[in-house]
Ligand binder design. Structure first.
Ligand code: 26W
Length: 851
């Protein structure tokens, strides 16, 4: 059946390669003065903007202002802002190509971009002009901002980090192309039905996407399936070639990545799949209409939807198709558009491809295939080039999150790539055996090919063998990669392993999300801090300034009020003022321990309703959750259900007298984060030590003046070191203590037995108190904590509650709290993604800004 739909075997992608043929070529002699003039951007004036906007509305949207819809106006506004950036964009790309600058090729299956309009207006310094121009047209720009649908082309941390990184590289003027996938449907929209997560498709493209530039003329053909054969070529060399069974076309869509008011604009190129031959006329004429378009549907499926898992790969064939598709397009595209003289041996001087986790690692055998099979380089020369062109960032510590692809599936989908991986492994193991003679166990341990439970390619090992550098995303994480996850490799290649602690872009997560705080900082320090964030340390003395603290607190209160207005408008939730805002926003995962947060809430509630403490003795708190669960992750979805059920009971229990509120706004995404994070007082970073690679929400919250309660995990360790122990609520087992307890054998039930408050808390949940008396509903979750508790929530319960008691006590002294909050901001400048980029450039990429 399947074979029928696969298009006939055309020439291979490489033979069909369309190189520069579509450019106008040498005979192109423009004469008109305008055609010779450099591309300019429109006048940076209100009138200039009005003129561009109305032209867009009338000529592009084809409507008059008076008849235009909000969406017409939004699309026209977006396109108008594009005009102001495109001149610089074209100039940048030209300069990068002509100066043969070394570029960063950031390969990522996810880019969680967030809304584009605000950032584009900021980057092009058009905020005021646009607001005035639209007001002059009778339009409130806020209405148009709200019209934008955010491109949810990512799951969480990894995808958002990629977006922060390309923003920083553009702002630093470093030439970079982000390469990824243009999913037709991004991360699902989360709704709650009776407190349970229900996923809705994310049709983000329905109303058009004004920020993308399709370039069908740069389409790339990508092959799949088939078999390989060896042959002897003209000069007697035995070679292999791939005879693919089917192919699709990769359509590129360019997105601008504007630097912050520096005239630099980099490119994000996202690929969308479509059938090489969209429509099969003979089949159609034979009356089988469905069959005639099946190829198109089949091809489009490849980039139809983002896989919503962010830790447990499902090993689905379509996922591998997605990974190979965007990687093959990207490598072909880079060679076509930047290696103009066709001399691929110069590639290492022209690009460093950063592998954003294992998802794009199939790029390694793909480049080898192109260099050996197409460019006819010999293996060793090709391998030397490949090793210089790649570097690998690992973003996880969970063994189950490390991708492996069965040789059965790889051999079927990408037969030539499997051959190449086998050869890479053979040559590598020969080296290992030479270095560790008669230590076959080590060779088997380090082999890229694993044998159990099935023969499979270990993508993290392939990335480590091929990459020039391997880095973790926080000091503790990178140390654990060296000591545990990739120990054999770091022992063999110590110099290959490094660390680059994550960062976040201050443009989006301070300037755009928290304009009040930004103004206060600029009033105090002047401008410049937004691209040199460690200047925030100059705020330290102001922590002692009561006036400054008052302004700081007033801004926090205003941000809270803005959040409350949003939650009331969105979900009809009315929240009491003057509550400590306790925020836990991140993907729902057991290792992140939303369950421990829940135990704290239920324990506090239990003490009030049982009279152990009087409601008015408790520091009034509003607990805010934001979290999506992977649709197939049962325990995560049950935890969401329990959180919503606890919220319902606590929020309506008169005994609690409003001192506790629990809210869980659905569909946590970048846009909601931009309103939530500036309002937070307390940042919950409570993962089991040794499980969270870094975290980036922790950085955003600290930079917006929230105090952190957290374990010594991921980047929390570096946040605590910089802000100071007295301004951080540390608790819990350390990573070595966790390892020791795991080795000794951890029995969660013992903690339940030995801690009466923990017992009372779990018993209350088990009693059905939050499920209308139905004891069975949350029994699986309770027994999972009592008898499994893989992430030791019960072991850290007591220490966590002690830390929360310290939080309660500290918050009473609002001024001392404000002082700590100011110092958190002042001492968190290190967590700018600009600093991360400087580290990547110094330790891994060795590129530099465009001169
Ligand atoms: C389905 C397979 C899969 C496996 C892992 C999909 C996505 C992943 C990502 C690596 C998960 C992820 O987002 N990791 C997070 O990366 C952030 C950026 O470095 C870190 O700050 C977080 O600690 C880490 O969990």
């Amino acid at each position: 059946m399947l074979d029928a739909v696969k298009p006939e075997t055309p020439v291979t992608a490489d033979e069909a390669q369309t190189s520069e043929s579509h450019h106008v070529g040498p005979s192109f002699q423009p004469t008109h003065p305008l055609a010779l003039a450099p591309v300019t951007s429109p006048p940076h004036t209100v009138d200039g903007f009005v003129k561009e906007f109305l032209a867009e509305l009338n000529t592009n949207a084809g409507v008059t202002l008076s008849r235009s819809t909000v969406n017409d106006q939004y699309l026209s506004l977006a396109r108008t802002v594009r005009h102001y950036l495109s001149a610089r964009w074209l100039e940048n790309t030209r300069k990068a190509r002509e100066t043969k600058a070394k570029m960063v090729g950031y390969l990522s299956a996810e880019f969680l971009l967030g809304r584009q309009l605000g950032n584009a207006l900021l980057a092009s310094d058009l905020e005021e002009i646009a607001e005035q121009a639209l007001a002059a047209c009778g339009i409130d720009i806020a209405t148009l901002r709200a019209q934008e649908v955010e491109p949810g082309l990512g799951n969480g941390g990894l995808g958002r980090l990629a977006a922060c990184f390309i923003d920083s590289l553009a702002t630093m003027g470093v030439p970079c192309i982000g390469y990824g996938i243009r999913y037709e449907y991004g991360i699902f929209r989360q709704t709650f039905v009776d407190g349970r997560q229900v996923e809705q498709p994310d049709s983000w493209l329905t109303l058009g996407s004004p920020w993308e530039f399709p370039h069908p003329e740069h389409a790339v053909q990508v092959d799949f399936g088939g078999h390989t054969e060896t042959y002897v070529d003209a000069d007697g060399t035995s070679r292999s070639r791939w005879i693919p069974a089917w192919n699709v076309l990769g359509m590129p869509y360019n997105y601008m990545v504007p630097g912050y008011q520096n005239g630099q604009v980099n490119t994000l190129r996202l690929w969308s799949a479509q059938a090489t031959q969209a429509f099969d006329l003979p089949t159609f004429n034979s009356g089988d209409y469905a069959d005639a378009v099946r190829a198109q549907t089949f091809a489009e499926n490849i980039t139809k939807v983002l896989y919503p898992e962010d830790s447990t790969p499902q090993g689905k064939e379509l996922r591998l198709q997605q990974q190979y598709f965007f990687v093959a397009c990207s490598i072909r595209d880079f060679l076509d558009r930047f290696i103009l003289d066709g001399d691929v041996t110069t590639l290492p001087e022209r690009v460093i491809f950063q592998l954003n986790d294992t998802h794009p690692v199939i790029a390694v055998p793909e480049l080898m295939r192109v260099l050996v099979d197409i460019e006819k380089l010999d293996w060793d020369e090709a391998w030397a080039i490949t090793q210089k062109c790649f570097a690998y960032t690992c973003h996880t510590l969970l063994p189950e999150a490390l991708e492996v692809w069965s040789t059965e599936l790889l051999g079927r989908l990408l037969p030539r790539h499997l051959e190449i991986i086998y050869r890479i492994n053979d040559e590598f193991l020969a080296e290992v055996r030479a270095a560790y003679p008669n230590d076959e166990l080590r060779a088997r341990q380090m082999s890229i090919i694993g044998e159990y439970p099935e023969r499979a390619v270990r993508m993290a090992y392939l990335a480590t063998v091929a990459g020039s550098k391997v880095n973790g995303v926080a000091e503790l994480h990178s140390q654990l990669l060296r000591d545990k996850v990739l120990h054999d490799f770091s022992e063999y290649w110590p110099e290959k392993f490094t660390n680059v602690t994550n960062g976040v872009t201050p443009r989006r997560f301070i300037r755009l999300a928290n304009p009040g705080l930004s103004e206060l900082i600029t009033e105090t320090l002047g401008t410049g801090w937004l691209t040199d964030l460690e200047r925030l340390e100059e705020l330290e003395p102001y922590a002692e300034d009561a006036g400054f603290r008052d302004s700081f607190v007033a801004i926090k209160e205003a941000n809270k009020a803005k959040l409350y207005r949003l939650l009331q408008a969105r979900d009809g939730v009315v929240l009491p003022e003057h509550h400590l805002l306790d925020v836990m926003v991140k993907r729902l995962h057991e290792y992140k321990r939303q369950s421990l947060k829940l135990l704290h809430i239920v324990s506090t509630y239990e003490q009030i309703i049982t009279g152990k403490v009087a409601a008015d003795e408790v520091t009034p708190r509003t607990f805010v959750f934001g979290a999506k669960a992977a649709p197939g992750y049962r325990i995560a979805k049950e935890t969401i259900h329990l959180i919503n059920s606890v919220a319902q009971v606590v929020n309506s229990d008169p005994l609690v007298k409003d001192v506790l509120k629990v809210v869980f706004p659905a569909n946590y995404n970048v846009t909601l984060a931009e309103t939530l994070i500036p309002a937070a007082d307390l940042s919950e970073q409570i993962s089991l030590a040794g499980k969270e690679a870094s975290g980036t929400g922790n950085m955003k919250l600290a930079l917006n003046g929230a105090l952190t309660i957290g374990t010594d995990d991921g980047a929390n360790v570096e946040i605590r070191k910089l802000v100071g122990d007295e301004h951080f609520f540390l608790f819990g087992l350390t990573e070595p203590e966790v390892a020791e307890l795991q080795a000794k054998g951890y029995h969660a039930h013992e903690y339940y037995e030995s801690n009466p408050q923990l017992k009372a808390t779990l018993d209350l949940i088990a009693s059905g108190h939050f499920s209308g008396g139905d004891r069975g509903l949350f029994e699986p979750l309770v027994s999972n904590l009592l008898y499994d508790d893989r992430f030791m929530a019960l072991a850290d319960f007591e220490s966590y509650l002690d830390a929360q008691a310290k939080v309660d006590a500290s918050y009473v002294d609002q001024d001392a709290w404000a002082r700590s909050a100011v110092l958190n901001v002042a001492r968190s400048g290190f967590f700018s993604s600009d600093r991360s980029m400087r580290d990547y450039i110094d330790r891994i990429w060795h590129t530099h800004p465009l001169r």
